[in-house]
Design a protein around this ligand. Structure first.
Ligand SMILES: C=C(O[C@H]1C=CC=C(C(=O)O)[C@@H]1O)C(=O)O
Length: 353
């Protein structure tokens, strides 16, 4: 495919690009920047593919006007992965993360916040030789996710398959979702959710509805339902808004980061994570996607942004996989660690298969 040939060429000559496939779509879009310049977002009137960090850092974009755009169809078939290995043998990482979760629970019990989402980074010492084959496996394994590979020489290479939309804006309508709570995917006809998962997801719905109220004429929420994301599934509520005022920058500032990746209240949880997490999330749990464009439809009055989850940063000789989990008063540190192992397993299998 031309888009993959371009990807390889642009990576070899160290020029910026974004290649992505939207959920349930058979179309791959590639945006290949003509120069190595770093474009920074200023007022969200820019048009192109955006990559923004979780908190501090450069909000960058690849401008459509300065790029070659390729659109191609791919065959969609689900990839069967071998059985999950649910155990992470890194006892030090386990002890460290469980310690962090315990700190989170203590802070919750002392009334600092109601929910917080700690995370960790797993580093694999393995050089990647074939980015295209990894990306092909990713899009097959995650047919319902937003799959992307993003490169800029000043930022590095990020690849991921996120199940979570931050927001889509089409005209006066805004669509978003509250996604939280995790269990392993199974084939049983009924999916049961515990009160801990229901509560952590409800926090996200309440936050989003409350946050969007000042920008909205009307807000609808769906019933919570189960959303599958390869080997794990989540509780999801779809949220639809009729906007009363359109100020993209203010909406993003209010919404990001949501309690699906940060916590509630937002600022206090964010301060806590910056102090206690002990590493830089960079672009994990930030957002990415199309700003002021729908490349496939060739329109400029839409935006479609996703939360950068289930992602990895591919360095010369290392791969960093980033994973987190929502903690509430009812969390169990070991179960939370296992949840992060489950979330990272699919990514690891893609790398190993
Ligand atoms: C923070 C992550 O997932 C979020 C999205 C869905 C379910 C989540 C959970 O169950 O904790 C998290 O809120 C991650 O995958 O790193």
């Amino acid at each position: 495919m031309r888009v993959f040939k371009h990807l390889v060429h642009f990576y070899n000559v160290r020029k910026p690009f974004a290649v992505y496939r939207k959920s349930n779509s058979d179309t791959i879009v590639g945006i290949f920047q003509n120069s190595t310049k770093l474009y920074l977002l200023e007022d969200f009137t820019e048009q192109g593919f955006v990559l923004a960090p979780f908190c501090e850092g450069k909000q960058i974009y690849i401008p459509l006007k300065e790029s070659t755009v390729l659109i191609e169809k791919v065959l969609q078939e689900e990839q069967e992965l071998s059985e999950l290995s649910l155990h992470n043998n890194d006892l030090e990482a386990k002890a460290q993360f469980e310690q962090l979760v315990k700190k989170c629970i203590t802070a919750i019990n002392s009334g600092l916040f109601a929910k917080v989402v700690p995370s960790r980074k797993e580093t694999l010492n393995a050089p990647i030789n074939n980015i295209v084959s990894i990306f092909k496996k990713l899009i097959k394994t995650y047919p319902t996710a937003f799959c992307s590979v993003f490169y800029h020489p000043e930022i590095g290479l990020w690849m991921g398959a996120t199940p979570e939309r931050l927001l889509q804006i089409k005209g006066e309508k805004l669509y978003t979702m509250a996604l939280a709570g995790t269990q392993l995917t199974h084939d049983m006809p009924i999916v049961e959710w515990g009160s801990k998962e229901k509560e952590e997801q409800q926090f996200v719905t309440d936050f989003i509805v409350q946050t969007l109220q000042p920008f909205a004429d009307k807000i609808w929420t769906s019933q919570p339902y189960t959303k599958k994301a390869a080997k794990v599934m989540h509780i999801c509520t779809d949220i639809e808004v009729v906007l009363s005022t359109y100020n993209f920058k203010s909406i993003i500032k209010a919404l990001h980061p949501t309690p699906a990746v940060c916590g509630m209240p937002k600022e206090i949880a964010l301060d806590f994570l910056i102090q206690k997490e002990g590493y830089d999330r960079k672009y994990y749990a930030g957002y990415l996607g199309e700003l002021n464009c729908n490349v496939e439809q060739n329109t400029n009055d839409e935006s479609d942004l996703y939360v950068n989850l289930r992602c990895m940063e591919i360095e010369e000789n290392n791969i960093n996989i980033y994973v987190g989990c929502g903690v509430t008063k009812d969390s169990n540190p070991e179960s939370e660690f296992i949840e992060t192992v489950n979330k990272s397993s699919t990514m690891k299998q893609i790398l190993n298969n």
